[in-house]
Ligand binder design. Structure first.
Ligand SMILES: NC(=O)c1ccc[n+]([C@@H]2O[C@H](COP(=O)([O-])OP(=O)(O)OC[C@H]3O[C@@H](n4cnc5c(N)ncnc54)[C@H](OP(=O)(O)O)[C@@H]3O)[C@@H](O)[C@H]2O)c1
Length: 319
């Protein structure tokens, strides 16, 4: 059964997540320690996380916190960042400076580098060169693992083959995957490709930005305007799905969030819930203690596939 990791997109993001350093920062270290001590084994960040003057803040906060943790705690965690193929990052050496900057913000606590998205749809000639540059980092021993993100089965096979030709394993692919974004589980979807190729599937936004944590009939939490719009759009159409989740949660004395995370695990994916509060870390850790039965998984699959509400697709996703 796949484990559970966690994500740090909200650390430094005002636009979508309403980041407030005075309110949020003091709890981040305890959140990370609770998560890692409880068995969450991978943390995901990106060099593009943090908005406006908080650009790079997610990596910087994570680096500072990891620097203050014990070596024993750090040794239980894989730290994974994503490098964005911005248009000015060109060719095989295009990520060199970005990688060095991420390393510095993370105080060297970095095991996996991931291509944040492929340029296949708008600058196809860049895709191979940038991937080769990341593979060079592994070859040179500057980072130990390589991952990709926002790829469908076709691009995943192509990138995996390119790396395999150099003898470099592709460790993971992360895509949006949740009960409100279930494409990966459909026949011929990414779940099958990952299992064929032996690549770890990481599920980002497994809680649908929090939509899947709202009990049927409840009001959404206070949040930014952008996120409130998503709640307004998705809550009505997902009422039956969340009612089904609530039944499963009650049977396991768990929460809706735990059901959402365990649905990903039941499909062989490692969910990466976004965490910034200690109670959220505790809830994610509690999900590790139980799993869905096959029958519960099938029931939730049917509700997810029938649900009229769907998360918006990531515009950077390629097929
Ligand atoms: N590769 C990519 O392109 C990509 C894209 C998106 C995300 N990601 C990664 O995936 C991670 C997770 O995705 P995400 O942050 O978009 O969304 P998510 O995990 O679907 O939702 C996270 C939000 O749900 C709420 N939450 C978390 N635990 C909860 C709990 N136990 N009970 C109730 N509410 C809970 C929190 O909101 P409040 O804190 O506001 O309460 C949290 O910020 C990101 O942090 C990032 O690392 C990657």
């Amino acid at each position: 059964m796949a484990g559970i990791g966690f994500g740090t997109w909200s650390w430094g993001n005002q636009l979508l997540w309403g980041y407030d350093p005075d309110r949020d920062d003091p709890e981040l270290s305890a959140t990370l320690q609770e998560a890692v001590a409880g068995g969450l084994a991978l943390v995901d960040t990106a060099d593009s996380y943090g908005t406006g003057r908080f650009n790079g803040r997610s990596e910087a906060l994570l680096g500072r916190i990891l620097e203050d943790c014990s070596g024993e705690l750090r040794s239980r965690l894989t730290v994974a960042t994503k490098l964005a193929p911005f248009p000015w990052r060109l060719g095989r050496r295009g990520f060199d400076r970005a990688f060095a900057a991420s390393q510095a913000r993370l105080h060297g606590h970095l095991q996996r580098v991931q291509l944040h998205w492929s340029t296949a749809r708008y600058a196809p000639w860049q895709e191979g060169a940038l991937l080769d540059g990341l593979a060079d980092l592994v070859d040179q021993g500057r980072v130990s693992e390589l991952g990709v993100s926002n790829l469908g089965p076709r691009r995943l096979r192509a990138l995996q083959a390119r790396l395999a030709a150099r003898g470099i394993p592709l460790r993971s692919v992360q895509v949006q995957m949740s009960l409100l974004a279930p494409d990966a589980i459909e026949a011929g979807g990414l779940k099958q490709t990952c299992s064929d190729l032996g690549i770890e599937l990481l599920a980002y936004s497994p809680l649908a930005l929090g939509v899947l944590t709202v009990s049927p009939g409840d009001l959404p939490p206070e949040c930014t305007r952008l996120r409130a719009g998503l709640f307004r759009r998705l809550l009505p159409g997902s009422e039956a799905l969340r009612a089904g989740m609530a039944e499963v949660a009650a049977a396991h004395r768990g929460s809706l969030a735990q059901v959402a995370l365990n649905w990903c695990r039941a499909h062989g994916a490692m969910p990466l819930p976004g965490l910034r509060r200690v109670h959220q870390a505790q809830d994610a850790v509690a999900a590790l203690a139980w799993s869905l039965s096959d029958e519960e998984r099938d029931q939730l699959d049917a509700l997810a596939l029938a649900c009229s509400a769907r998360m918006p697709a990531n515009p950077f996703m390629s097929a």
